[in-house]
Ligand binder design. Structure first.
Ligand code: PMP
Length: 298
């Protein structure tokens, strides 16, 4: 899906064509690019950006890991995102800030290289509930803190996600599920994982995963619903005892899993996922006052 026609680039709203991403640069060559994904929703008080502070904190952290000078502070970027939402006239959408080393030069020395900072937007159609998916435990292990700074969202890391995705697809499955180097469950290609068993939610510790903002939101909702949440190392065999399994991420929100090859099959109702999803929908749309602290009104 093509982004909307208005972008924010280096501080200004401009037509999409100004992104001009086609030349050779270090960002493309080495994955020296950081990004984040943010969503906005229609709320009774206007368009609301969900957990913008946390997304900006993560984005700025990612940039700092690559020693990237963005040239804008968080307040200015927050304003840029608001301006972009208004310029594109969206009420419900997906926003992607992205910054990359855009120096058209060879070599791995990115220090001091030029940075291009773009924010793209997409309109979100009134989404139907996504279909439950089938997961495949990929032969590729998840990146670990010994290999990369796992808390940053750096484009280059996604080669690992892509290889897992291709591995899952070539075996006839929708998405990969990664184990960490020690063989415990880690996460999906671009999502975190939860396993529900007897009204308790189990999820891997945040040691070897991207600490998702949706993951954090889901844990808060679950606790509020008096469901227990346990973060611990999880062996793949635990999937055999699962009642429900779901993935989380800003884009998909909560995504039901109907199969994990060799471990899990479920065509029954997903009552716990439904319960949490309902609250997630309401919170993002400003319908539960207590959580309005997570909304930034445009
Ligand atoms: N893990 C990975 C590897 C991801 O790329 C994402 C998407 N940002 C997530 C988990 C989910 O994070 P969030 O809920 O913050 O979107």
């Amino acid at each position: 899906m093509k982004p909307l026609n208005k972008i924010w680039i280096n501080g200004k709203i401009a037509p999409l064509a100004h992104a001009n991403l086609l030349s050779f640069h270090q960002g493309l060559n080495y994955g020296a690019c950081v990004y984040d994904g943010v969503r906005c929703y229609a709320s009774p008080n206007g368009v609301a950006i969900f957990r913008l502070r946390e997304h900006l904190d993560r984005f700025f952290y990612s940039a700092s890991v690559l020693k990237m000078k963005l040239g804008f502070d968080k307040k200015q970027v927050a304003q840029g995102i608001k301006d972009l939402i208004k310029a594109n006239g969206i009420t419900s959408g997906y926003i992607r800030p992205m910054a990359f080393y855009s120096e058209p030069k060879m070599g791995i020395n990115i220090l001091g290289s030029r940075v291009t900072f773009v924010i793209f937007a997409w309109k979100h159609k009134n989404q139907k509930q996504a279909k439950a998916i089938r997961l495949y435990i990929t032969k590729y292990k998840r990146l670990s803190p010994q290999i990369v700074d796992i808390k940053a969202k750096i484009s280059g890391y996604y080669a690992n996600s892509l290889l897992g995705f291709l591995d899952a697809q070539s075996s006839g499955y929708d998405q990969p599920l990664f184990l960490d180097a020690a063989g415990y469950l880690a996460e999906g290609a671009i999502n975190n994982i939860f396993i529900v068993k007897n009204k308790t939610l189990y999820t891997p510790t945040d040691k070897n995963i991207l600490n998702g903002i949706t993951r954090d939101t889901v844990m808060a909702i679950a606790k509020n619903l008096k469901l227990k949440v346990v973060e611990r190392n999880i062996q793949p065999s635990f999937l055999k005892k699962a009642g429900e399994i779901f993935l989380t991420g800003t884009g998909v929100q909560l995504l039901r899993v109907k199969e994990v090859k060799g471990y899990y099959k479920n065509n029954k109702e997903s009552t716990v996922v439904d319960l949490i999803s309902k609250d997630y929908e309401k919170i993002t749309r400003g319908q539960i006052k207590k959580y309005n602290k997570w909304l930034t009104i445009v």
